[in-house]
Design a protein around this ligand. Structure first.
Ligand code: DOR
Length: 443
């Protein structure tokens, strides 16, 4: 690996400010940031005024390994991630087998150590039978505890009230919740099935996985967290109504936080006719009013972080009729270019985007020495240039080989990504020999 990388003439976006500077990487770390750095390096990049951001830290991905590698694996999906400016990811437990104890976490860490281009960590899953493993989990070896309070891909639903009370009382670190009320969804599904049989249209998805289903479950999660003093992070908010459950303002001091995902910020229900199953995900993409409220909440700080919920399924699986088509979209490869659209449309200030994608994620998960452009910190960087590019002009790196953004043109592209001081992606080409590291947590 080149020991020194020098990025000149960049516009650094960090901690609420934009500054023109050079940045020197040495031995994995940010060695120096200054107006002009007068030295040579193994790799020199003229940023020519492009934005230099701390790489995105994605708190929610489904990289499918072990057990579901026909959809994706850590090597393939982390390659797509670095192309999208993501330098670290936290992977979800609904693999096969599911990640329900520390031995399963360690298996995944070993797979990532061998094959991941990005830095990595893993969430421990919850089932109705593993509360002892959850309570005794080592908070320094997992990113968080993930509970599916609504059924989704995999068989990990936990909705027994007794189990939930115990879980919220015993979680040893951040509890991440997928919130959708399954009885509400099943009742809606039965109604649509009675009307349409096997031909339920895909635009019924937000009626079936309805706003009501989301609110019932997320309000329950928030009530449980308040009662037990749990550190709760509600994942992928998809409705305006749920926003009332969360406080505006900076992360520091909050016990209950929220995440929004790229697809809920970039799509709305008018996209179902064109995308069909390629927009089917849980929670469902809902109305334009919901999308706009989520965007405003990201801007105001009521929503604390942005993730992707990258969830690849094959084209063949997605070709099934509504009831059988699995939910989830591949998103990591276009993460920063897609989000930059909100910046170009003046819906989000670039420093706020950096806070939600990097700073706040590092703070929320207490990640050691990442998520900021600071001397001494790990060099996890994304160089983003305002150069329009058609999505279809680049090969898809996710194994599933499709994207919901097909046909779109983004106004920015990721020129370079640096992971733990190694060039991971440069001018449209994956770089060889880039190895992510395990995230460390100051807990
Ligand atoms: O749409 C989704 N897909 N939502 C989830 O909660 C799971 C994910 C998956 O793993 O496919």
């Amino acid at each position: 690996m080149p020991r020194h990388i020098l990025i000149r003439n960049a516009r650094l976006v960090n901690e609420g400010r934009i500054t023109d500077a050079d940045l020197l990487v040495a031995d994995g770390r940010i060695a120096h940031i200054a107006g002009a750095i007068d030295r040579s390096a193994d790799v020199e990049i003229d940023a020519a005024g492009a934005w230099l951001l701390p790489g995105m830290i994605d708190d929610q991905v489904h990289f499918r390994e072990p057990g579901l590698t026909h959809k994706g694996c850590i090597a393939s999906e982390s390659a797509a991630a670095v192309a999208g400016g993501i330098t670290s990811f936290m992977d979800m437990p609904n693999t096969r087998p599911p990640t329900l104890d520390m031995a399963a976490v360690d298996t995944k860490r070993a797979l990532a150590a061998a094959g991941s281009r990005a830095n990595y960590a893993f969430h421990l899953g919850v089932s109705t039978h593993n509360l002892d493993a959850v309570a005794s989990a080592d908070p320094r070896r997992i990113a968080g505890i993930k509970v599916f309070m609504g059924a989704s891909t995999g068989d990990m639903l936990v909705d027994d009230p007794v189990v939930l009370e115990r879980l919220f009382a015993c979680a040893p670190t951040l509890l991440l919740a997928h919130c959708e009320d399954t009885p509400t969804i099943l009742a809606n599904e039965a109604l649509w099935h009675a009307r349409h049989g096997a031909a339920v249209p895909f635009d019924a998805h937000p009626q079936i996985r309805s706003a009501e289903a989301c609110y019932r479950s997320s309000s329950l999660a928030v009530a449980l967290a308040r009662r037990h003093g749990t550190r709760l992070h509600v994942l992928h908010l998809s409705t305006a109504r749920e926003l009332e459950l969360f406080d505006e303002g900076p992360l520091a001091g909050k016990r209950i936080t929220a995440e929004a995902c790229i697809h809920h910020l970039l799509f709305d229900d008018t996209d179902y006719p064109a995308l069909g199953s390629h927009l089917k995900c849980n929670p469902a993409v809902k109305t334009r009013a919901d999308r706009d409220a989520l965007r405003a909440a990201v801007a105001s700080g009521r929503i604390d972080v942005i993730g992707t919920d990258h969830a690849p399924h094959t084209r063949e699986e997605k070709a099934a009729p509504y009831a059988a088509a699995p939910s989830g979209l591949p998103l990591v490869q276009h993460a920063l270019p897609a989000l930059m659209e909100l910046v170009h449309d003046r819906l989000l200030a670039l420093p706020t985007l950096v806070t939600r994608c990097s700073h706040a994620v590092a703070d929320l998960f207490q990640i050691r020495e990442r998520g900021y452009l600071r001397e001494g910190y790990w060099a996890d960087l994304a160089l983003v240039a305002d150069q329009p590019r058609a999505v279809d002009d680049d090969p898809i790196l996710s194994r599933c080989n499709w994207t919901p953004f097909a046909g779109r043109r983004f106004r920015s592209r990721v020129r370079a990504t640096v992971v733990s001081g190694q060039l991971a992606w440069y001018d449209g080409i994956l770089q060889p020999d880039c190895h992510g590291q395990a995230l460390e947590f100051d807990r």
